[in-house]
Write a protein that binds this ligand. Structure first.
Ligand code: SAH
Length: 351
């Protein structure tokens, strides 16, 4: 809820500043429940609690990688689950959040595709993931990437509302440089995102150097052609400090040749862009293999002559937390949520 939603929730007859007090308590103060919003009179809190619930998604399972990455399986109010990944990185932690339960895009190298789409997340559930991560890792400065389950641009309205809530200086107060949304390439929605006055940074999953290959790996290309995608990227209004990020999953002997690298350079020519290479994170149901480190490096060297190109280090591979591995895998044995935590009611004052 934003301030206007909260004003409505409080009902008529309340002074205007009450909605703002509540808003600040939730997003800036990160109050875990209505009972803890001490700026509101007790009677008002009680009346509100009779009509509304306030709380965070419950951590159903927590997995911790040897490299420090944590994967959270969060239980939503309707009993469905979604994943959030926290990657400690020195002074700044990166939180990878989901935009949908499952995904409809069906990329052939991604395990989330195997879930299909269950539903969109609400703006509250998107922000809730960030608040859960912030509570888990207090005092850390956060980078948010919307690169978890789902295709953010197919849930654009809620993604935009969540972004506004996270960036609002009176609320969570994140800098616009600290939040990035990644898309499989829904070209018309890229244009729509570009028209938003408050928006995250944009990353585009390219993953192929030709229309044919992209169509094979990412069937969504049949609807949104590579050509149309590149035109949308060229027309995208970047802010003065901003670059477009492209991501490219390298699949052994499929899209990882030097010729592919040269074609990628051509595609990205004249764009203010950088490229992140991701060697495939393999999975049991994925019919591709990871390229050798030498192949990845050779690809990088070619691209680097023309634009900034980085190799993304896999994080949390051992706990199914890395790119393309999020499919709500939930073995009880490896879970580190204390038993008392599993039994505790969710942080909510709903009666
Ligand atoms: N649907 C959005 C958000 C997901 S981001 C998108 O496609 O951009 C997830 C990133 O991980 C994407 O760049 C995707 O191409 C990449 N990815 C998917 N499966 C992968 C795998 N098995 N190994 C490595 N990267 C993968």
């Amino acid at each position: 809820m934003d301030v206007a939603d909260l004003r409505e929730a409080l009902g008529p007859g309340q002074p205007g500043y009450r909605a703002r007090q509540l808003y600040e308590a939730i997003y800036r103060g990160q109050a875990p429940s209505l009972a803890r919003v001490s700026t509101l009179p007790a009677g008002l809190r009680q009346a509100l609690a009779e009509r509304h619930s306030m709380g965070l998604p419950e951590i159903a399972r927590r997995y911790e990688s040897a490299d420090g990455t944590r994967r959270y399986l969060l239980r939503l109010e309707d009993g469905r689950s979604v994943e959030t990944v926290l990657m400690p990185e020195g002074r700044r932690d990166t939180v990878c959040i989901s935009s949908q339960v499952g995904c409809a895009v069906d990329c052939k190298f991604c395990m989330t595709a195997l879930l299909g789409l269950e539903r969109n997340l609400t703006a509250g559930e998107i922000v809730g993931q960030v608040l859960v991560a912030a509570r888990e890792k207090q005092a850390a400065r956060l980078n948010i990437v919307m690169m978890g389950q789902g295709e953010p641009l197919l849930n654009l309205e809620n993604v935009i509302k969540a972004t506004r809530l996270l960036l609002d200086p009176a609320g969570f107060g994140l800098s616009p440089r600290r939040i990035t949304v990644s898309t499989a390439g829904i070209a018309p929605r890229i244009a729509e995102l570009g028209r938003e006055p408050v928006r995250p940074k944009l990353a585009v999953s390219l993953n192929a150097s030709t229309e044919e290959m992209r169509r094979e790996l990412m069937p969504i290309t049949r609807k949104y052609h590579l050509k149309e995608l590149m035109e949308a990227c060229k027309a995208y209004p970047l802010r003065s400090w901003e670059k477009l990020t492209f991501e490219y999953v390298l699949l052994k002997d499929v899209n990882d040749t030097d010729a592919d690298a040269r074609r990628v350079v051509k595609l990205l020519a004249n764009l203010n862009a950088k490229l992140n290479l991701i060697a495939l994170n393999p999975g049991p149901e994925i019919p591709y293999q990871a390229p050798s480190p030498e192949r990845v490096s050779s690809f990088q060297q070619i691209v680097r002559r023309s634009l900034a190109c980085f190799i993304r280090k896999p994080r949390g591979l051992d706990i199914y937390a890395a790119c393309g591995q999020l499919k709500s895998y939930a073995p009880a044995a490896a879970c580190t949520v204390p038993a008392s935590c599993c039994r505790a009611p969710s942080v909510s004052n709903r009666r």
